[in-house]
Write a protein that binds this ligand. Sequence first.
Ligand SMILES: *[C@@H]1O[C@H](CO)[C@@H](O)[C@H](O)[C@H]1NC(C)=O
Ligand SMILES: *[C@@H]1O[C@H](CO)[C@@H](O)[C@H](O)[C@H]1NC(C)=O
Length: 372
Amino acid sequence: MLCWFLAACACVGTSLGVEFAVGQKFQIVLSGIPNLDTPLVPADAPVYDIDLEGTSAETITAMKAMGKTVICYFSAGTVENWRPDANKFAAADMGSVLKEWPNERWLKLSSDNVRSIMKTRIQNAATKGCDAIDPDNTVNENLTLINDHLDGYQNTNGLNLKEADTIDYMKFLSSFAASLGLQTGLKNSLAILPNISNIVQFAVNEQCAQFQECEQYDDFIKSGKPVFHIEYPAKAPQVTDAEKKTDCQSTGMVGFSTVLKTMSVDGWVGYCDGSSATTSTSPGGEPPKPPKSTTTAPITTPRTTSKPTPTKTTSSTTRKPTTTAPGGGGSPGGCTQKHWDQCGGNDWKGCTVCAAGFQCKGVSPPWYYQCL
Ligand SMILES: *[C@@H]1O[C@H](CO)[C@@H](O)[C@H](O)[C@H]1NC(C)=O
Ligand SMILES: *[C@@H]1O[C@H](CO)[C@@H](O)[C@H](O)[C@H]1NC(C)=O
């Protein structure tokens, strides 16, 4: 009897509540909050990733009563100026504005104040009954850029410091979450996946199929941890056969939990078996992203698509779907752009024709298009 008791204790002591499993079907809704006045669909998805701040404890409790595992999303590496606790960040905590999202600024991950605010958010997740957290934006654009780009930089102290910062921050988030019985996922941030695989219980990835980097999760999946994977077909809910092939059958996707979503990450979801569903939502969560001023200079080096070689570690970032460039421009002087070069966007006066084998695609339309 005592043995049984001790064994049970050990079991409870080492587990963090719910068990995630490779291949679990999931749904993610960040624009809007699931509205439980109507039956929750997709009914057969056991895992839901929803906005922490906008979702009430009542909704989370009700979802758990339906047997759902609830992952609560928040931005851990940026301040979103519409969140109720945004005014708690000190000026010194905040860095540059995100290139694609003018209402968000990067945070200083080593700041005690930032960490204290994140502790409050994670505490809130525990109080509301979330099973896990999905802390977004933990790798900043400079680190991603450097990792994407240049071998030379990889030996600089600057990079190592930044990489160590972000690894330390993930350790801080996941250990505080674990102390409250919450599990933690790694959002994108492939640059640090090997460093923190053992302290997260799942991953959330955006666009690894589009950028052909899903195989970087091979060891992670083999270790029994799921990859909740999101792709953004250009005209979702309409999905072309070509997109479906890329998004659902890219190398390294065996065992993935894949969803197809619109850029706003609303209630609609498509799956690789051809099924789709629309989760009913009420307002809340992420507000629609405001359009960026057209006077803004074109982005010269977007981090998501700068991938000189397929073997480089890269990190996708949040919600930057690709759409095909509208129109198709001229070719002043018969020029062509190489792979990865800019080929369009607001105020772009240069060449709009891509070398053979590449297409001019919007990585941050309408501001930036690139030969991919
Ligand atoms: C990226 O580097 C630039 C130039 O050094 C700096 O101004 C900016 O604050 C950095 N951004 C982040 C998020 O660290
Ligand atoms: C992260 O992991 C990589 C690859 O395993 C290693 O080279 C690097 O030194 C690690 N970074 C830190 C800061 O521990």
